[in-house]
Design a protein around this ligand. Sequence first.
Ligand SMILES: [Zn+2]
Length: 656
Amino acid sequence: MPENILIAIAWPYANAEIHVGNITGSYLPGDIVARYHRLKGNKVLMVSGTDSHGTPVTIAADKEGKPVEEVYKEYHNGFLELFQGWGITYDLFTTTHTENHFRVSQAIFLALKENDFLYTDKSMQWYSPSKKRFLPDRYVEGTCYICGYEAARSDQCDNCGNVLEPEKLINPRSKEGGALELRETEHFYLDLSKLEPNVKDFLTKRQSYWRDTVIGESLRKIESEGLKPRPITRDLDWGIDIPVEGWTEAGKRIYVWFEAVIGYLSATIEWSALPQEHRDDVSGGAGDTTSSAEESTNRDPQHSKSRQKEAWREWWINPEARQFYFIGKDNIFFHAAWWPAQLMGAGDKFLKIFSPSPLPSPAGEGESLTLPYDVPANQFMNLEGQKISGSRNWGVWGRDALTRYDPDALRYYLTVNMPEAKDSDWNWAEFVARNNNELVATWGNLANRVLSFCYKHWDGHVPTVDESALRPADLDLLGAIENGFNTVGAELEAVRLRSAIGETMKLATAVNQYLDLNAPWRDIKTDKDSAALTVFTALKAIDSLKILFSPFLPFTSQKLHGFFGYETPLFGEQYIEEIKDSLGTHNGLRYRAPSALTSYPKGSGGSSSPQDVSRPEVEAWKPSELKPGQKLNQPGPLFKKLEESVIDEERARLGK
Ligand SMILES: [Zn+2]
């Protein structure tokens, strides 16, 4: 029975270029886990988008002298380009500036209000008399009253990490210049103290399998400091209207921290409303596929359309669904404490407000929203021993790196160096060494050497051997590789990706050792039958390793898949779709499942039960079933060896 897996990835702010630290922190691990579950035949939905609201974006717009909308779209479109280049396969990467996200966020707000988890209170806020407006936190800087750091924001100190009270800031100054005064302002607060027992219970239930770093930054922090109320509105004119009369007119909007996390839910709902592409409609175009996809199970187009629109429930009103949140360590509390509190506080009121006449939920359970299953947050990645910094140009930037390196070479290094338990460091010498010694020498050469040898000596075909004649050493190797689907799979299930790729590379080493011992290049002259058995065994092992490596190295795995002569792709493809609503047009990055790219036999990878309409996939996470005599395609190298000179060239770019 396929599982519903939601892969929820951090929303990048529309004010900075994405660097390798961001990529290894959340986007890449999310994509690896999504690809693994797709190969397993699970129903995966991977969502995120650009965080278009909030002061980082308005500050960037002020600085560039452009409308906020223009600035967020520039960054957003850059992100789409980057994710396509790196193969980060979102089912939908959208933005928070959509009509749908506004509606969903307002419904969560109202549900919390009706459930009595909101109250209003007055506080002091910095005000600019010359601009005649309140200045949001990031517009005011001063000295931290806790640690003495001189460039603290009025609401938070980036040095000691504490949340600050604006009126206590020492020596406050406006980033725009001009005088400042404290004035009283009124805001809505989420009463998190009321929800503290629920959040503690939620975390305690997950303590046994969550990363210790994440439990430390959530459960243990709440145990020592408690959960305090937090404002969810602010004085700003860019953002989501407050669904209470008079508040928007007073120049207030929903606070970005409160609405951006709601994006995981709203993006899923937006995805449900978009046209879908499935295996049953491969002959048709992309436009009217919602109804044709359902023809096999239901011929009433109106009914099927509304059911597709409700497909989001499979990940959100379903206690069996598993949600994974991929974020950096600075976002742990948002996702492990505040976000579950929002979901629990909204409860079943959300559905009543958002969608008053719903269809029954798939599991037939209560109508509460599904809570996070895991928050496998990563630590940070530094660069050559220093913090990555945009202002000092101390970084390896995602789009720029792709102009000089292949995506799988970058993905490999970021996976073996992923900051899962502690901060890690990008080092150019290590990048070159691991590319050349592991990716090229251990794995790439293995695949290329065996395929080329076979292609040449067996006339472009897999040797026609009798599989019952395989010798103990052949069977031992294939048994070890087969077991890799369990061991590597278990590591991927638990989001231990460094260990998962390390296990896989060890298996590639085992194949190299097997070839050294059995030397088909020697046997070919004296005993071609023996060489055939060795080559067949090695090819079968490589064909399996291709699957084990594919969540990490999707581009080269697909290439290798083609050398083996397979026509059905391993993964689907990404594409950009223009989406219109009352706020205008935004581009969404989407994913077309492999089943929509080719005509698989019906029924493969699961039945055609009604639930399958949302994500039909084909199960591929299993050992190779390579057939003797299978026709191969002309093989070639998978990876490029890098010159040592790369190290100095790259280091010379830093800090310029
Ligand atoms: Zn401080």
